[in-house]
Ligand binder design. Structure first.
Ligand SMILES: [Zn+2]
Length: 285
């Protein structure tokens, strides 16, 4: 978060409107998670030190608040964009959310932030077609689980395969054909990534004609990221951001809400977020 804040402090981001993320209401968490799961996470939070939910997913005394601000911030961003008070929005948050399943924390994630935002858009704003595009290098297994039988959502995930968590093959298609998985071979670079988006992802999105486009923006497909082996650069993240914004412009007045997922090389993360937000700002202008 500090690396991102430093990158977005540059003068070129001056017109950027910065808001504090509100805590999610319980009702928002319950759009995707059972009450006893939310209670289990609440009870697992230690007064001090670290508690391990699994091998990857640790919580400290601040984790619940942080995760609730992520989900609350994403829902608030949806409200602002739907009400026309913002053209689009980026939610800088930690922990990420796209690995959290209905009743299982996973991969640093406690709550399924982007899926919660999608359901919030449906319930609060009455939307019937919400697209979620996840370009994090890992499969968005949690979002897929949470939106699997949601006919009002289209979930598209591109991710390296093989790679943790191991799910996300092309034959996982959702209960209504509403899930599209695009596995990428290790070593996939920018030109190949762009071709795959042009051939598969963008046409599918165009056919769906979303009323709102949500992005799970993980930047760990960057070539410098230590957790995976794709070879994207910040220019590729700028390109995909622009391409997604153009689809949103065509179908839904450019309404995009992007939520931060992974990204573990701090320099690459900061430069990639800056490139992403720069394009969001240009497209909202
Ligand atoms: Zn990731």
């Amino acid at each position: 978060m500090d690396a991102i804040a430093a990158a977005l402090a540059a003068a070129e981001f001056d017109p950027l409107k910065r808001l504090d993320a509100p805590l999610a209401e319980d009702a928002q968490l319950l759009l995707c998670h059972p009450a006893d799961y939310v209670e289990r996470i609440r009870m697992a939070i230690p007064a001090a030190g670290i508690y391990q939910l699994d091998a990857d997913t640790h919580v400290s005394s601040g984790s619940l608040t942080a995760a609730m601000r992520g989900a609350g911030g994403a829902c608030h961003a949806v409200d602002l964009v739907m009400q026309g008070e913002a053209g689009n929005a980026f939610v800088a948050m930690r922990p990420p959310g796209h690995h959290a399943e209905r009743a299982t924390p996973m991969g640093f994630c406690l709550f399924g932030t982007v899926a919660i935002a999608a359901r919030h858009a449906m319930e609060r704003h009455g939307l019937r077609r919400v697209a979620v595009v996840d370009f994090d290098v890992h499969h968005g297994n949690g979002t897929q689980d949470l939106l699997w039988d949601e006919a009002r959502a289209l979930f598209i995930s591109s991710h390296q395969m093989p790679l943790w968590p191991g799910t996300g093959t092309a034959d996982e298609r959702g209960a209504h054909g509403n899930v599209m998985n695009v596995p990428l071979a290790p070593g996939t670079d920018g030109p190949a990534f762009r071709r795959i988006y042009e051939d598969l992802v963008l046409p599918q999105l165009d056919r769906f004609a979303p009323e709102l486009l949500l992005i799970s923006a993980g930047f760990d497909a960057h070539r410098d990221d230590p957790l995976a082996q794709l070879a994207l650069t910040e220019q590729d993240f700028a390109w995909v951001t622009g391409a997604l914004c153009d689809i949103a412009a065509r179908h839904c007045d450019g309404r995009v809400v992007s939520t931060l997922e992974g990204g573990y090389d701090l320099e690459a993360l900061a430069a990639s977020v800056a490139a992403h937000v720069r394009v969001l700002m240009e497209k909202a202008a």
